[in-house]
Design a protein around this ligand. Structure first.
Ligand SMILES: [Zn+2]
Length: 306
């Protein structure tokens, strides 16, 4: 996909069905406009589906998130599209900012695929991160989201999604759709597209009973994610958030990567001239290396036996 300003990504990237009873798989990509990798992955999946026309149960729909921001390759226009899905905005039908308007367009698109037409509805929300990272699922532990997430061979984070408000996965979970957020890696990393593609194929297999061997690019289309890029499945829980005030001067010690192991007493950062040392034998999550943000880092711990 070109990064030129004249590109046009449509709301519905693609739709595929064999007109058999089954679930809806609703895949959103580019909720953040600077994260086009999910869109590229969806385009490839639809291309391959149209080529071989395999039978699936139910329907796959791929939907672009922040359409205008995607077309401008910007994160957002007025505000973060992943913070506007609040109960208040929905109940009061607020449609003022650019992102609120896009939110309503996405809701209208979803309403074309109502619950009564499907055996079940699933969502998959595709993202990437500013820093390099192993791919991971971020799951809100409501409905049967967690059980569904554990069908996928990658890291799974519980509890992170729960501390955010107004994200699309909260909204979709609230209306009874099962799913999770998938963070595929760094924005510009080629492996992010591979990972998005892999997770979409696996979701098609798990939800819509697609026989993956019917796809010409199988097994690479899945294995580039599941075997080459993704770590073995592990489940983590968020145990701590190190927050910052706007006035804090914070500097993370260099070299921390997402999911890196940390030990008690280890120097993690300096804050207003003071040392910040780990109180945990655990792992660091989303260490802050940008100048902006109120989340310095998170601490996550592996959950044994899920
Ligand atoms: Zn994102």
């Amino acid at each position: 996909m070109s990064k030129h300003s004249d590109q046009h990504i449509s709301r519905v990237i693609g739709k595929y069905t064999s007109n058999k009873e089954g679930p809806l798989l609703f895949v959103t990509a580019g909720i953040h406009g600077n994260e086009p990798s999910g869109v590229e992955a969806l385009e490839e999946v639809f291309k391959q589906l149209e080529k071989t026309k395999p039978e699936i149960k139910g329907t796959l729909v791929g939907v672009s998130g922040n359409q205008k921001a995607l077309n401008k390759n910007k994160r957002y226009i007025d505000e973060d599209l992943n913070r506007v899905w609040t109960k208040q905005n929905i109940e009061q039908e607020i449609s003022e900012t650019h992102e609120q308007k896009e939110m309503w367009e996405i809701i209208k698109t979803l309403e074309e695929f109502p619950e009564e037409n499907f055996t079940k509805r699933y969502f998959l929300d595709c993202h990437t991160t500013s820093s390099p990272s192993l791919p991971y699922i971020s799951v809100q532990v409501v409905n049967d989201n967690d059980e569904w997430a554990h069908k996928f061979p990658t890291y799974i984070i519980r509890g992170f999604s729960d501390i955010i408000t107004g994200d699309i996965d909260h909204y979709l979970s609230r209306i009874g759709i099962t799913g999770f957020v998938f963070e595929a890696g760094q924005h510009e990393d080629e492996t992010s597209v591979e990972n998005h593609e892999g997770v979409i194929w696996l979701a098609l297999k798990e939800a819509c009973e697609l026989d993956l061997s019917k796809i010409e690019t199988y097994p690479e289309c899945v294995n580039r994610f599941a075997k080459k890029n993704a770590p073995e499945q592990k489940t983590f829980e968020l145990i701590h958030r190190h927050g910052l005030e706007d006035s804090d001067i914070f500097e993370m010690e260099p070299g921390y990567e997402n999911f890196q192991k940390i030990s008690k007493g280890e120097l993690l950062a300096k804050q207003n001239g003071n040392e910040v040392r780990s109180k945990w034998d655990a792992r660091i999550f989303m260490p802050l290396y940008q100048s902006q943000g109120n989340d310095a880092f998170f601490v996550i711990e592996e959950v044994e036996g899920k």
